[in-house]
Design a protein around this ligand. Structure first.
Ligand code: XMP
Length: 514
């Protein structure tokens, strides 16, 4: 394992992903972890991430010198670089040399371990105030910029390396190559980590964990639960029962996709609970978004628990495992422990009954989203499931502004299906993150169709581009595609006489309307 020590910015996850792209397994640890504990994980190499502090700021995270003396190769980036410099006796000061964004790096030692085979002038992404003016003893300076005399250094003998910039961001053109040089040349690691290994390893682990007992997995129609279920199915076959709660808030064809395609691809045992009426009854007359979310979340857990109980009764009490599609970012973020504002109460399957002890099986805990997709592909899941764009747990329930009825859902399902069809036909699926289609059920506007006046509802298109849904920008879709979607929706969906485009970024808007 390669450890990525997180100094408190968002860079650590990106670094960990880049290491895995280099086919080396990586894990993130907080900078507060004692060095002895880090070393006890037997890392093949350690990477120190960037961070928001100045190394001289009060309370800035520091690092025990022992880390650099353990014989483990270390690569410091940005804050990690400065920390390595100051800890080992170099000089970092605030010389007014601020660099933010794209900078040109001058490589002074072309044959160095990190820069071998890369140009002597290369674009890199910087983000720092302080600058290193003298490298520690025993280190060779390998690069500089106009304002920073020491922008990279290395001590090949001790296997210690550092760069002032961020090699992990894509604006640092040779960043991945430099990272790979550290891993392969500096640390001598072979690139052997692949999703095939992950599948084999997880299958073995699941078999060991579950033994001859039984497991239940809730399917949502999304990528994560589908891949988690497929992985467990591969490991324990008929000992797994999948449960899909049809809350009637899914998009057109999605329930069928789970019922047919998922089962066809995996051979899993699937229980579909038709709970549409129950959800619609509970939602009747409710138009407040948070209220809707709470109701849907509550009903979901109840229906799921009921299904679990029935399976328990049928299969016997040895059903002791609950499969969840928890991903690595969730694990890192919940371990990070810093509180975030509750903007919307997201709902996921998590309702463990009080009186039944389930153990969790979480085979995706070490994976990033793109890796989950690769594992899904490897397991033979269809493209429509593996490449599925994000869709909220509460479904179309939070895409109807106003209260939720069967008629409104059907209408929105039609409009949404048209938008999806045209986006796919235009080859835009990979360009956009997702495109919520929203029905403004409480709004009416006047229109004219044929010879008559209409008084119908508007449909909102909300195409966004994003990397992680935390921030997003509205997608600049081609006018022809927008025109086609608009014409088709107003022609084909009764009661809709207007299509509008949402051109708000996030922030200030959220991706969903509710
Ligand atoms: P917002 O609207 O908060 O959405 O910008 C960010 C991302 O999360 C999805 N989303 C949800 N996903 N349960 C989910 O599983 C939820 O309750 C939920 N609400 C929003 C949304 O589609 C977007 O991708």
């Amino acid at each position: 394992v390669v450890l990525v020590v997180d100094f408190g910015a968002q860079y650590a996850q990106l670094i960990a992903r880049r290491v895995r792209e280099a086919r080396v397994y990586s894990e993130i640890v907080p900078s507060t972890m004692p060095v002895a504990e880090m070393l006890a994980k037997n890392p093949r190499a350690i990477i120190l991430s960037g961070g928001p502090s100045s190394v001289y700021a009060e309370g800035a995270p520091s690092l025990d010198r022992a880390l650099f003396e353990a014989g483990v190769p270390v690569f410091g980036m940005c804050y990690g670089f400065q920390l390595m410099a100051t800890t080992l006796g170099g000089t970092v000061d605030d010389n007014g040399a601020r660099e933010y964004g794209r900078t040109s790096l001058a490589v002074s030692k072309a044959g160095s371990t990190l820069f071998e085979g890369t140009p002597t002038e290369q674009p890199v992404w910087m983000s720092h105030g302080d600058a290193c003016s003298a490298a520690p003893e025993g280190f060779t300076v390998t690069a500089s910029t106009d304002v920073v005399p020491v922008a990279a250094f290395e001590n090949d003998e001790k296997k210690l390396y550092g760069v002032q910039y961020h090699p992990e961001v894509m604006h640092s053109t040779y960043g991945q190559q430099v990272l790979e040089h550290f891993l392969y040349r500096g640390a001598g690691i072979e690139p052997t980590w692949t999703t095939t290994n992950v599948v084999e390893e997880q299958v073995a682990l699941i078999r060991e964990q579950v033994g001859d007992r039984r497991a239940i997995c809730g399917l949502s129609g999304g990528v994560d639960s589908a891949v988690a279920a497929a992985l467990v199915q591969k490991a324990i076959g008929s000992q797994l029962t999948c449960v899909y709660v049809d809350h009637g808030l899914m998009r057109k064809g999605e329930t069928e996709q789970v019922e047919k395609d998922f089962v066809a691809a995996t051979g899993a045992k699937l229980v579909v609970v038709d709970a549409e009426k129950r959800f619609l009854d509970a939602l009747a007359g409710v138009s407040d978004p948070e209220q809707k979310r709470k109701i849907i979340g509550r009903e979901f857990i109840r229906v799921f628990e009921q299904a679990q109980l029935e399976i328990l009764q049928e299969e016997g009490p040895e059903v002791a495992f609950l499969v969840q599609g928890t991903l690595y970012p969730d694990v890192v973020e919940s371990g990070g422990g810093t509180g975030t504002a509750n903007i919307k109460s997201h709902h996921n399957v998590g309702g463990l009954p009080d009186d039944i002890e389930f153990q969790l099986v979480e085979p995706l805990r070490q994976l990033f989203k793109d890796e989950v997709r690769m594992v899904g592909q490897e397991l033979g899941l269809p493209e429509e499931i593996v490449q599925r764009q994000p869709f909220p747990g509460p479904g179309l329930g939070i895409r109807i502004v106003g209260d939720v009825t069967k008629e409104r859902l059907d209408l929105l399902r039609e409009a949404d299906a048209i938008a999806r069809e045209e986006l796919t036909a235009a080859g835009l699926d990979r360009d956009i993150w997702q495109c919520p289609v929203v029905l403004l059920a409480d709004v009416r506007s006047v229109g004219v169709q044929g010879d008559g006046r209409t008084y119908g509802h508007p449909i909102v298109l909300r195409p966004v581009s994003s990397e992680d849904a935390m921030t997003a920008d509205w997608s600049r879709l081609p006018y022809e595609t927008l025109a086609k979607i608009s014409t088709r929706i107003t022609n084909e969906v009764a009661d809709v006489n207007r299509v509008v485009l949402d051109v708000t970024s996030k922030p200030p808007g959220t991706i969903e309307w509710e």
